[in-house]
Design a protein. Sequence first.
Length: 235
Amino acid sequence: MDIGLILSCFGRALAAGRDRRFRKALGLGTVLALALLVAVYAVVLAVFDTWAPEVVEAPFAGPITGLGALFSPMSILFMLGLSVFLMMPVAALFAGLFIEDMAEAAEAAGGLPQAALPRPSLYQSVVDSVNFVAVLMLVNLLAVLLYAAVGWFAPLIFWALNGYLLGREYFTLIAGRRLGRDAARVLRRRHRVTVWLAGMAMAGPLSVPLVNLVIPALGAATFTHLFHRLQAQVR
């Protein structure tokens, strides 16, 4: 069953926490996710500073005055609140830039075969990350009207949409490490429902402040185990 398989892969990712190398990679991944969140938030503040009034009244946080307030206590609280939405592009950036390290750590901790193909260049990783973030943000902007129309179902649509995008990207990147991009896409399409459900299982916790900081790294480990389980079914 798809759900059982996903939960099993998530359990294996958690169990890898007993491995010192994986704990180190998970800690580094969490720090990197936080750094990316701050960077994305700084871009949001810069946009506000350019296009909005000098002082923006943020809910529960009071006045936010652009980049000058980036590390103020109220601004940090506001950033954590916005992380419900901002962690989606953060996870997208994380996928392109750091997923190789997390996948390698998960494979080493779980005794899984190591990737055989060479890593993509840093330039290619950055280009892929920026392209994916642009697609994710554009799709979410276009979906705003849908969110307004479906009322209380908006969170489900939000998680389903972003779960599909994140699941597709994470699985393709991880599978592509061993199979190449074309074969990875074929495997993903064969198991599209499983990959989508795994992406939704990742998108939900990404909407929980503070918890969401560990999700990009833990999600990468889960998708690593998922790939190896699905690939084993093909053989």
